[in-house]
Design a protein around this ligand. Sequence first.
Ligand code: ITT
Length: 180
Amino acid sequence: MKTLNVITSNEGKFKEYKEKLSKFYEVEMLNIDYPEIQADELEDVVEYALDDLKEHAPLIIDDSGLFVEKLKGFPGVYSSYVMRTLGCDGILRLLENYNLRKARFECVIGFIGEETKHFKGVSKGYITKKKQGTKGFGYDPIFRPEGREQTYAEMRTKEKNKISHRGRAMDGLLDYLKDL
Ligand code: ITT
């Protein structure tokens, strides 16, 4: 079985990649630093980083973010910093006075195999009024996907992967790989 390196520092992301891709690949986590530029679009961050990582191919990197409508897309590309500083509680506080709580998660996978590709996945949903659930990672306890009663933190990895931004981006990747 071919090895696919997932370059990330985030164990939660890796668990999701492993759940969905290990049928097809030996999925390995490589926690190595790569340059992350500050850009308006996740795609640009991924594009820049890939250049530095070619020696580890075949590989994927993942840049994701939570975009809250009432906050004009914040934290978006700043999601990592905001998680470390304000956390889920900070987002809940910023939305304290709002009933309209639409948000979306975006994930861009950068892939280097025979060629370099991007795959994007989006999941729409809502920020809950309080934290719910203990599974998952990051903003999962405060994000309820559209059409569901549970937050991502109340779902098993397999269930989240069926509908999530990352799961959808992985569907694009798998679709591409099956045609090679
Ligand atoms: P990398 O090493 O892969 O870059 P990271 O945790 O810094 O790991 P990102 O910059 O892509 O990853 O993620 C931005 C923030 O959004 C970070 O705090 C994540 O925990 C959070 N996040 C990303 N995907 C998420 C998901 O599926 N559910 C909840 N939070 C998520």
